[in-house]
Write a protein that binds this ligand. Structure first.
Ligand SMILES: [Zn+2]
Length: 202
């Protein structure tokens, strides 16, 4: 496989064929990676967080679980997972999240980085909204209140995915200098099949 490092606060995208595998790695630990997936035949059909917890019956996914698309069908599955903690509740950070919550005005968030990376594949940036937030820890208190905690991922923790259909995938190294990334941002590594063309915004 080909390993590509995503520098802190950046993103990349690639095409993956049904049955192929790819991996997302946290090389230094406690760094979140946001992930989106789109049907290569019709990118308006895309990974859906809400339909994924509808189909799985839970708001956390790990090894053995499937990610579902807006048409209700399978789009990715998780076939190995060193960490076991990933978030489906939160939308990707973006310019206003960074300004309003993290005191980082004027910076790209994950939504912008994912959108810029996947635009060359013909996916409109407005379709980037539902993310699997790999290594991100969210909590629900009193069955009502959501909150973000430090990611529990350790250096080298890897999540392996299998494509359940031909799809476009984008991954970002989360830009939030806050508890979401344990206070500082770091790179993320992606491993893809040899020969995969990578679209990067760095
Ligand atoms: Zn982010």
């Amino acid at each position: 496989m080909l390993t590509q490092r995503i520098p802190e606060k950046r993103g990349l995208a690639f095409e993956v064929a049904a049955g192929d595998a790819f991996e997302v790695v946290d090389p230094e630990g406690q760094q979140v990676a946001d992930l989106v997936a789109f049907d290569a035949g019709d990118p308006t059909v895309r990974f859906s967080t809400k339909y994924s917890y509808r189909r799985n019956g839970k708001v956390r996914v790990t090894d053995g679980d499937t990610l579902y698309a807006t048409d209700g069908g399978e789009i990715l599955s998780i076939t190995a997972d060193d960490c076991g903690v990933h978030d489906l509740l939160y939308a990707p950070c973006n310019e206003w999240v960074l300004e309003d919550y993290y005191d980082q005005p004027g910076e790209n968030g994950c939504r912008e980085n994912l959108g810029e990376a996947i635009a060359p594949l013909g996916v409109d940036e407005s379709l980037v909204l539902d993310t699997l937030n790999v290594f991100m820890k969210s909590t629900i208190a009193e069955q009502t209140y959501v909150d973000i905690r430090e990611p529990p991922s350790e250096p080298g923790d890897t999540v392996r995915f299998r494509a359940e259909r031909d799809c476009y995938v984008a991954v970002s190294s989360c830009a939030g200098e806050s508890v979401v990334n344990a206070g500082e941002t770091n790179p993320i590594d992606v491993r893809v099949p040899d020969g995969t063309v990578l679209h990067k915004n760095f």
